[in-house]
Design a protein around this ligand. Sequence first.
Ligand code: ADP
Ligand code: MG
Length: 311
Amino acid sequence: MDTSDDLAALRRRIAMQVVGRERELDLVFATVAAGRDLILEGPPGTSKSTVLRAITAEWGIPLVLVEGNADLTPSRLVGHHNPSRVLREDYSADNFVDGPLLEAMRSGGFLYVEEFNRAPEDTIDTLLTAMAERVVTVPRVGVVAAHPSFRVVASMNPYDNVGTTRLSTSVHDRMCRLVVDYQDAAAEREIVSRRAHPVTPRMAADAVAVTRMTRRRDDIRQGSSVRGAIDLAMVGTQLCAMRGVEVPATDVVDPPRDLPTDYTSAFLDAMLVALSGRIHLDDTAFTTAEGILTEIWQDHFLLRPAAAEPG
Ligand SMILES: Nc1ncnc2c1ncn2[C@@H]1O[C@H](COP(=O)(O)OP(=O)(O)O)[C@@H](O)[C@H]1O
Ligand SMILES: [Mg+2]
């Protein structure tokens, strides 16, 4: 990180790996370059990992992943002595196996704690101490100091409130925070085209359109992310090939009207496979995932084809 030219070139290379997200890249990059730690708050599938992978890869530092859940105890985070070696040799720094926290501190990587708010409170306290002191003292090992590029980046899903800890104000007081949300339809079509190929523009557009519709319904608590659209486009493409169905070549800005029924019925089958497990119904919903998806399919292909896709 020396001259501003280098920084600008680095920033451009990072941007090539990510569709859109200019502002988020700027903000994440500025935060970590300033030596700060960060919470990314957003639903699954909103490019949190993609952005961090791009930044760390271009920066040439490790991204150490750890999932926050009830099993992530402080000792799993920090590390443990190899029990069989302890029996033979007694405790020593030599037979200590680094956990993800020490691995990231020693290598100067980013420790990426997904679902941060699902980690036990004492684990979060251990992390806060490491962030504040930039050293961790391990009994019978000694003091482990963090390499200067070590950072903690945490993610959490704002819709997730089962089995989670309410983060205390002391956590929020020590970290910066960036809210990320779903991208617009054009960006999602581009993501699907990059991740699911070969896929035609028509297939990508239909997959993105119905996936976005799952996020706007009152009977769905949380709809599908772009991951569902990627899978839908891939399964749909495969299914059409297997059934000898041609994917229409109509332009994606055309309304999806009068498409051949062999295409639309293959698309419905692919939708049920790709999306039914990814939508979480509202507790009061008086129907099934399959029922809702069939309605969305009808809305998209039969009823509202003239309606412009917002955003
Ligand atoms: N802006 C983006 N550019 C490129 N690919 C993306 C983007 N957003 C999401 N993806 C793709 O969508 C999937 C989910 O993204 P990911 O970054 O893992 O989400 P998160 O970490 O927020 O759950 C991945 O396959 C990823 O490649
Ligand atoms: Mg992720």
